[in-house]
Write a protein that binds this ligand. Structure first.
Ligand SMILES: Nc1ncnc2c1ncn2[C@@H]1O[C@H](COP(=O)(O)OP(=O)(O)OP(=O)(O)O)[C@@H](O)[C@H]1O
Length: 618
């Protein structure tokens, strides 16, 4: 006996299959892209009618040619041959036109959609961005993007074509011989039922396959980024096991889909063949009885498959369509996310010539990074800030802080105290749930995002460098910087001599993530970059790694040059930077538990004195 909940589940699954709400949403997302490219789509629609006309034309041609041949009417045979050549030429042109136009339409829609989704990813607010694994985003932007073909490619037009051709063939056949035509559609219910069941199963499989595809991407991405840890912890076997499990699951799903498709195709063939044989048998009897000519039967036979295959084909196309709906849904999730209101320069179209870029990964130096308004001396204030990552556990509650212009504030505290979170709140990367951060008395929200970014130079603990040359990486901070300015920044960061010693100087390729530079060199490159940006507020997350005395000294000098004349907030791990700060705050569970200069804090018993011993001596 079927329980009620099972029945409900089944009914809702059927409803989702027949009337998928997500299909409507997916269409409303894709419609603007298709409308914008209405020309190729319009032409494809035109070709669709020609295609239907050609199908009927060829069927008629075979019949008429056969009848003319049987009657040995050579004049008609010659006329028919000419018609045949015309039909063939039209068919070749149609095939070529359809393939070309599909490539144009599909390519443009995919390009525009991918660019929009990528742009959205670039502009995701920091906290929202963290909700997605990098590999998952990668999978959405590649696999899922290609998965939309069922909704915007020719298969979508096929979906339109199948009912039309079905109707056209049926009407045509009824005129030829209505009894045979009715015999042809007798198989319709069986074919439809077969198609619906298989389409449903295929859809479920393709959804699962999409999810596994995403997981594989996440794993692959982690393996490539964490290869050093994999090597040092001997995780190769474990990573390979996870990989094999995931790809094995995907393989099984794809195999199951292939089996379904195979069974479905075989079932469709069986139904078509049965109908074909039945028509042939009955038709032969009618020919013998003089009710039908051989040519008419031939026309009939060549069209009969169009009465059956659209039904099975419709379900197959429907399954492909469903697969696309699932893919569009995954892309839609991203574009529904809020984004930073930053205007980005319109990229070139698919036919446009890309602007020359020296960056390996195609990162372009555009006006977005070139804006460089000067904010002048800047003071930062946090007023009654409250912030939590999950809406439950508050990292900060009613937090107040005042950083006067031109001073250096050092933040110290145990791991997890909230130092990085505070830094991100102060530079407006995270929006507080309550309270305000003010820059020169004006709330951060009142600044345009690009204007705000230009007021801060951030040197994180782990420097991120782009593949490309030393110069490319420096120019990211200020694309219009002159050679002299680049050199001055590098000199101030104690990096110029190192760069000069590289094989191609400033034009040396530093590899993906700057792998060809040492850790200390990477840090100094980040400092030089911040130097070039010349922002009034400097946010520094000091590196915790101990460096050799020489590098340490060079780094310290570079940092001090960078800090002079700017408002600096630094997460301090080194005694020397803490000692020279104008003010030190000690954070504990999101609260300032000690506040003052080094001499004042060290003089009293408290967390600072305890932490002091753990700071790096340099
Ligand atoms: N993306 C995040 N999602 C959820 N919780 C987070 C996230 N980032 C940090 N936290 C939590 O917020 C708290 C403060 O973290 P934060 O990174 O600011 O500490 P920190 O003082 O910078 O630590 P460390 O010195 O180890 O870098 C911690 O309890 C941490 O678990």
């Amino acid at each position: 006996m079927i329980t009620d909940s099972r029945k409900l589940k089944f009914l809702s699954a059927v409803r989702r299959y027949v009337l998928p709400a997500d299909a409507g949403r997916a269409f409303s997302m894709l419609a603007p892209y298709m409308l914008r490219n209405w020309k190729p789509y319009g032409c494809l629609f035109f070709f669709l009618w020609i295609d239907i006309g050609l199908t009927l034309g060829f069927a008629w041609f075979y019949g008429a040619m056969t009848d003319a041949a049987i009657l040995a009417d050579m004049t008609r045979v010659r006329q028919q041959a000419a018609v045949g050549v015309g039909l063939l030429a039209a068919s070749l042109l149609t095939t070529y036109g359809q393939m070309y136009l599909e490539a144009v339409a599909l390519g443009r829609v995919k390009y525009e959609l991918q660019t929009d989704v990528y742009r959205h990813v670039l502009l995701l607010p920091a906290l929202r961005r963290m909700q997605y694994a990098a590999g998952d985003l990668l999978s959405r932007l590649t696999n899922d993007l290609h998965g939309i073909e069922g909704m915007v490619g020719r298969s979508f037009l096929e979906l339109l074509k199948l009912p039309l051709i079905y109707l056209a063939v049926f009407v045509y056949l009824c005129q030829l011989h209505w009894q045979l035509a009715l015999l042809g559609i007798a198989a319709a219910p069986a074919a439809l039922a077969l198609g619906a069941v298989f389409g449903f199963l295929l859809r479920r499989n393709s959804r699962l396959a999409s999810e596994w595809q995403g997981r594989i991407s996440v794993h692959l991405n982690e393996s490539l980024h964490g290869w050093a840890i994999i090597r040092s912890f001997s995780l190769e076997r474990r990573m390979l096991r996870i990989w094999s499990e995931q790809t094995g699951r995907l393989f099984k799903l794809e195999l199951a889909s292939s089996k379904l498709r195979g069974t479905f195709a075989a079932g469709g063939d069986a139904v078509s063949t049965l109908v074909y044989l039945a028509c042939l048998g009955i038709g032969a009897q009618w020919i013998a009885g003089g009710q039908l000519t051989v040519g008419t039967l031939l026309t009939f036979i060549s069209l009969i498959s169009h009465l059956v295959s659209p039904l099975t084909g419709l379900a197959a196309q429907w399954a492909g369509f469903q697969r696309s709906v699932a893919a569009v849904e995954r892309l839609r999730h991203i574009v529904l996310e809020p984004k930073e209101p930053i205007e980005l320069q319109e990229p070139l179209g698919p036919q446009g010539t890309p602007r020359p870029s020296k960056m390996q990964d195609g990162f372009r130096l555009t006006e977005e990074t070139a804006d460089h308004p000067s904010c002048g001396p800047a003071a930062l204030d946090a007023e009654r800030l409250s912030f939590s990552y999950d809406g439950q556990q508050y990292v900060f509650e009613n937090f107040d802080l005042h950083v006067p212009a031109g001073t250096t504030l050092a933040i110290v505290g145990r791991s997890g105290a909230g130092k990085t979170t505070l830094m991100n709140l102060l530079q407006g990367l995270y929006a507080p749930e309550a309270g305000t951060v003010r820059l020169n008395g004006r709330p951060l929200a009142a600044y345009a995002p690009t204007e705000l970014r230009c007021c801060f130079a951030y040197v994180p603990q782990d420097t991120f460098l782009f593949g490309g040359t030393v110069k490319d990486n420096l120019l990211l901070a200020r694309p219009d910087a002159s050679e002299e300015e680049l050199q001055a920044a590098a000199e101030a960061a104690n990096l110029h001599d190192v760069i000069k010693a590289l094989p191609d100087g400033y034009d040396t390729e530093i590899g993906e993530g700057g792998v060809k530079l040492s850790g200390g060199q990477r840090q100094r490159l980040a400092i030089a970059r911040a130097m070039l940006k010349n922002a009034p507020i400097l946010l520094l997350d000091e590196a915790t790694s101990a460096l050799d005395p020489q590098t340490e000294r060079e780094l310290k000098e570079a940092m001090q040059r960078l800090m002079s004349g700017r408002t600096t907030i630094l997460i301090a791990h080194r005694l020397s930077t803490v000692q020279s700060a104008d003010r030190i705050i000690v954070l504990e569970h999101g609260r300032i538990v000690q506040d003052g200069r080094h001499e004042e804090l060290i003089a009293v018993e408290g967390p600072y004195r305890q932490l002091h011993g753990t700071l790096l001596h340099s």
